[in-house]
Design a protein. Structure first.
Length: 331
């Protein structure tokens, strides 16, 4: 069996960015249902921070990273949708994309269209598929229709900027929040119908003003603790609260009975990996993402690039809200 060494970023215990260490690991041949992929670019996501910090506990030592793009070097038994030499991209469990080469399950690895670069492929898979399942698969009662209002927190982040553009393409009126005027301007440039700087404005009051007091049909919230209570009050009756992250910390426990007097609200906590749990659903969602990106209706904004060896700084900047759009690690 052929084996060789690869650089990889690993942590031995949960903690701060200083836990991220460069190591040399042995990579072998793919087994049944697996591929070996040589990365050209790796995506950086807030879930990486959650896993590194221990908010999402995982066994140690842990190789981080949930998405990347590159070229297939070897294909294991039973893999039919990929061939050696294919350009490919993925968002996938288990973690491990912070490396040059890896062997991994083939189920969530998709052939990357020639029109999409490796950097864009690496930057867009986890965030783009997240925007896809939120806007297309996580909808309020009766669905979303032309002109409907939705509230999207962290609208200038990687998922947010994709969602702003995709919502515009769907004819929705997306109200985006961000923590600075510059980030609000960026969300507006990318398709948000309205923007709110939640550092200087009461976003609940502004949402009520924008919607004529009616509220929004859905709130998409990756911020968590800091936006939770007011977000519930932004919803119209039968509205949907879709939680998909905890950037400000986890939401405190609350009584479900609160949802009744606030308008018989719906509440869901979504994860991408439930949606891409099968080969078929992964490919269908990826095809939708590839189509809207190649159409030009959604542009992937790569605003930061770091070398793999500078991953500690990349994590610090992400946690300090110094980044916008998407971030990639270059190899």
């Amino acid at each position: 069996m052929t084996s060789f060494l690869t650089r990889a970023i690993r942590i031995d215990q949960a903690g701060g960015a200083e836990q991220l260490k460069m190591v040399q690991l042995v990579v072998g041949e793919p087994g049944a249902g697996e591929v070996r992929i040589r990365h050209h670019a790796v995506g950086l996501n807030f879930i990486d921070v959650y896993q590194r910090s221990g908010l999402y506990p995982l066994p140690m030592p842990l190789q981080l990273g949930m998405e990347a793009a590159g070229v297939i070097e070897a294909v294991g038994e039973g893999v039919t949708h990929l061939q050696v030499g294919d350009r490919a991209a993925y968002a996938s469990q288990p973690p491990g994309s912070y490396c040059d080469v890896r062997v991994m399950p083939a189920k969530c690895v998709c052939k990357l269209p020639d029109a999409i670069s490796f950097e864009v492929g690496a930057a867009m898979m986890l965030k783009g598929l997240t925007a896809q399942y939120l806007l297309k698969r996580t909808q309020p009662q009766g669905g979303l229709h032309l002109g409907d209002f939705v509230l999207f927190h962290a609208a200038a982040g990687g998922v947010g900027l994709i969602a702003c553009q995709w919502a515009r393409a769907m004819g929705l009126q997306l109200i985006g929040t961000a923590g600075s005027d510059a980030k609000c301007a960026l969300a507006k440039e990318n398709g948000a119908a309205f923007v709110i700087n939640y550092s200087s404005e009461d976003f609940l009051a502004r949402v009520k003003e924008i919607t004529g007091g009616k509220g929004v049909k859905a709130v998409y919230d990756s911020v968590g603790k800091d936006t939770w209570d007011k977000s519930l009050d932004c919803l119209a009756p039968f509205g949907l609260m879709a939680s998909f992250g905890n950037a400000s910390g986890p939401v405190a426990p609350f009584a479900p009975g609160l949802l009744g007097p606030k308008g018989s609200l719906y509440l869901t906590r979504q994860t991408l990996f439930t949606h891409i749990s099968t080969r078929e659903s992964t490919q269908a969602m990826a095809d939708d993402l590839f189509d809207i990106v190649t159409s030009g209706k959604v542009k992937i904004n790569i605003d930061q690039r770091y070398k793999l060896e500078d991953v500690q700084q990349a994590h610090r900047d992400l946690e300090a809200r110094k980044t916008t759009g998407c971030t990639v690690l270059t190899l």
